[in-house]
Design a protein around this ligand. Structure first.
Ligand SMILES: Cc1ncc(COP(=O)(O)O)c(C=O)c1O
Ligand SMILES: N[C@@H](CCCC[NH3+])C(=O)O
Length: 391
């Protein structure tokens, strides 16, 4: 199905984020259809998009919440996620954040270092609680994705290196407020070569056996997130291939009877349902190129500037002859460029331009650089009762 804007789009101030909740529904349902028969639990990574109507949808489909800050834990609680469905990850959890999550008695802390375990133990003792922990290991598996969003290599700051695991286990044995419930790994994001998940599974199998040899049984394995989407074909590949993703773990992960497997997906669940809608302010013709200067910039969607990421850009107002444009924003940075040599129908001031696949790591990474105001979020598709149209 090709993309179209709602009838009132032209009357709205731009830029704005447009979310298709019907597509979000289909995507969440597809993820659950692939996960449930394999007895895998999907946690949604709030960092991808934490807007209330999105979270309401996620909760309605019975996913858990993967949080990476105290504010995300709070948002998950406020949205109605049960504490036992909330996991708190992150390489630098502050005392205040840990205390908040402890007080809520969330299901699990994904701990990333011995240093963090010591602090968690102290804070749990002060609250007279026991905290469940999963050790985030750094499996040194190359996710074959952009180096900025690779997280599971020895050079990355995340997780406990395999060579440090024995020492961390010895330490854990001295921390009475902590209960080891599992292991966790997350090797990166926007992963399209699914074979890396087989490599990750085999690594986790080795670690699991190694832990069992030392007397630790694990009720829980968390394999992280990272499933990529098709940024080039948001219409024909609107819903990612969750079957193929879950099948990889089904085939390669050695599960013990009754053991829970969690995944924490962000991008694959919400990216395709979000679109930046903007207007052309000027078409500036220079010696080398034509610039289509939009009223949206890196302040609304930073991914192209930060990672050189591709997003499909479409002119929704023109059917003229096709020409090449550098599509840029108004911010005083040369990296404020959404795409170079983009083929679009002849473009004029006032045309509506959409930047697709922006539902994940779009609005959440927005800034008010240049004192820009936050873009509005608009939702189409059936909105759950009690959910406001705009956030
Ligand atoms: C620990 C952790 N879990 C889950 C995610 C979600 O990843 P994705 O949006 O690629 O599914 C991330 C982000 O990469 C992460 O760092
Ligand atoms: N923000 C990144 C992904 C990082 C995921 C969080 N570990 C992106 O836009 O692709």
């Amino acid at each position: 199905m090709s993309f179209s804007l709602p009838a009132d789009a032209a009357a709205r101030p731009t830029p704005f984020y447009l979310y298709d909740l019907a597509l979000l529904d289909r995507t969440l349902a597809a993820a659950q259809q692939a996960a449930r028969p394999r007895a895998m639990h999907v946690h949604y990574a709030l960092k991808a998009n934490a807007n209330a109507p999105i979270l309401d949808r996620v909760r309605q489909h019975d996913l858990g919440a993967d949080c990476v800050s105290g504010a995300e834990v709070q948002r998950a609680l406020d949205t109605g996620f049960a504490p036992q469905d909330i996991v708190f990850a992150g390489v630098g959890k502050s005392d205040a954040e840990i205390n908040r999550a402890l007080a809520a008695d969330i299901w699990c802390f994904n701990a990333e270092s011995g240093e963090e375990l010591v602090v968690l133990n102290e804070l749990a003792a002060a609250q007279n609680r026991r905290a469940r922990v999963a050790l985030r290991i750094n499996p040194n598996v190359d996710a074959h994705t952009h180096h900025y969003i690779t997280t599971g290599l020895d050079a990355n700051k995340f997780g406990i290196g395999l060579s440090d695991l024995a020492e961390v286990l010895d330490l854990l044995a001295t921390l009475p407020q902590l209960e080891l419930v599992g292991i966790h790994a997350h090797i990166g994001s926007q992963i399209t070569n699914l074979s890396v998940f087989a490599v990750l599974s085999r690594k986790l199998n080795e670690v699991q056996t190694w832990l069992e040899d030392r007397g630790h049984t694990l009720p829980h394995l968390n394999v992280g997130g990272g499933l990529g989407i098709d940024y080039h074909n948001p219409d024909t590949q609107a819903v990612p291939d969750f079957e193929a993703y879950f099948r990889m773990f089904d085939q390669h992960l050695e599960r013990r009877p009754g053991q829970q497997v969690h995944v924490e997906l962000g991008r694959s669940l919400v990216a395709q349902c979000g679109t930046v809608v903007s207007r052309v302010l000027y078409v500036k013709r220079s010696q080398q190129t034509n610039f289509a200067i939009l009223d949206a910039g890196m302040t609304e969607l930073i991914r192209p500037a930060l990672y050189g990421s591709y997003h499909l850009i479409q002119n929704m107002s023109s059917t003229g002859s096709r020409q090449l444009y550098d599509v840029v924003g108004p911010i005083c940075e040369s990296s404020d460029t959404f795409g170079r040599e983009v083929t679009m129908p002849e473009t004029r001031r006032g045309d509506l331009i959409v930047i697709r696949s922006a539902g994940a790591y779009g609005e959440v990474m927005a800034s008010n650089y240049n004192l820009r105001e936050k873009a509005e979020a608009v939702y189409i598709g059936e909105v759950l009762s009690g959910v406001k149209q705009k956030v």
